[in-house]
Design a protein around this ligand. Sequence first.
Ligand SMILES: C[S@@+](CC[C@H](N)C(=O)[O-])C[C@H]1O[C@@H](n2cnc3c(N)ncnc32)[C@H](O)[C@@H]1O
Length: 222
Amino acid sequence: MKINERLKKIGNLVPANSFCLDIGCDHALLDIYLVKQNKNIKAIASDIKEGPLQQALLNIKKEKLEDKIELRLGNGLDTYSPNIDTVIISGMGGRSIIGILKNNLRIAKKIDTLILSPNNYLEDVRRFCCKIGFYIADEELVKDKKFIYQIIVLKKGHKKYHKKDYFFGPILLEKKSNLFYEYYTRELKTREILMQILPKNYYLKRLQTKKEIKLLRNNLRT
Ligand SMILES: C[S@@+](CC[C@H](N)C(=O)[O-])C[C@H]1O[C@@H](n2cnc3c(N)ncnc32)[C@H](O)[C@@H]1O
């Protein structure tokens, strides 16, 4: 079954021998990829809607993996059960991801590894996860068609971060790959355009955008 580069990259970040819960699995293509790797991974694919789970079931049956992937219907971490050590949430907005963790904070704090790939509000997601007891263990950028996505791997524990770590991602900032420059140059351009169209009385938004432009310019210098 064909899987895109983004999901493949997420799958490759899942530790061997893990027991995963994929929240918002949709078609379950990631879970199929995971259990087909020779990494002894067990997967539960869950979704809040029945439609995606029906498609997931068809895909799982096509691959004859019914005994390897369990399907669960439910909201966020409601589908969690003890022994799950890795939770994946990808392809959702950052605020939805924070909401899912916040709604079941007691369970969220039990997770060993969180693998997140939010579509937006990445700084907020990093801040929130670090506030509830995770540190950033790994980060990747992946280009799929014309979009660039971030993937954040968090583990239980604490580390001290600064504003720019939350903003860029501490590991992405350290690696400064070519994709890093491409991703954050786009972010800079978006903010420069925003600065031109934001009305003068949007005082706080202008102030924040101005600060981010400065941060981006300073860190995009080679
Ligand atoms: C855009 S798809 C992402 C699919 C896949 N994870 C990916 O990265 O390609 C988002 C999926 O999340 C599901 N979803 C949204 N909110 C959810 C929640 N609170 N709990 C479980 N699933 C949720 C939606 O029904 C949808 O199938």
